[in-house]
Write a new protein. Sequence first.
Length: 256
Amino acid sequence: MNRGAPSRWLSACLRRRGLRRTFVIAAAGAAICFTSYFTSGLWLPAAGRWLDVGETPQPSDYCLVLSGDYESRPFAAAAIYRKGFVRSQIWLTHAAMADTLPSDSEDSTNRAKRIFTALGIPPERVVELPGDCVSTFDEAGVLARAMAEHPTATVNVVTSNYHTRRARWIIHQVLGPSADRVRYVSVPTDYFDAGCWWKVENGFTTYLKEFSKTAFYLLRYGWGGVWIALIVAATTALWLARRMRRRNTAPANVIQ
């Protein structure tokens, strides 16, 4: 009896299985890429619209303009103020990184104030809330402190349309039940929107960053990390069970 025949047969089977598995994985990957490319006109706009959870402006006591994109957000806030949706003040936050700007440059908060003045908003109606902010979480904390001083106040939060989902999630995390008194106003951006963001370099970069930040916040502060841990644990358990089954069913070595 040729003692090496069973081992060579087993090695050949394993090689065939490995090649077959590699081919199946490669074919599945190619099919996914092919389908994704030719259906991109459907799912890319849907992904962009998913980020926008803006609402119709409602009459409120205050309006908070989140920092960033000062080419559009202050103009939208001024518009809803002039239409009577803001009964008291427009709130701004202070970007901490503005302290590191050169002395002859203008920080974003002062730029926003200048825009509001040019648009006819009385200076006393534009208030900078105390507290330095470097993230939307910081701005939510500043908003929480302001609303604690005004326990019945309602607020319209003005931000870019692609930022509304993440802003809403963060504010709900920080404010808790008080977040029910907050509404979110979507502001369109120039040159790109949810229907064409991947066709414009600036739009592609902006939306990709927003998708990444949203995923990070869900993993870091939400239930995303728990789901990933459960998936990893289940996958590991299945792999171990399969490995043990193969070990128990493997042919025993025959000793002549």
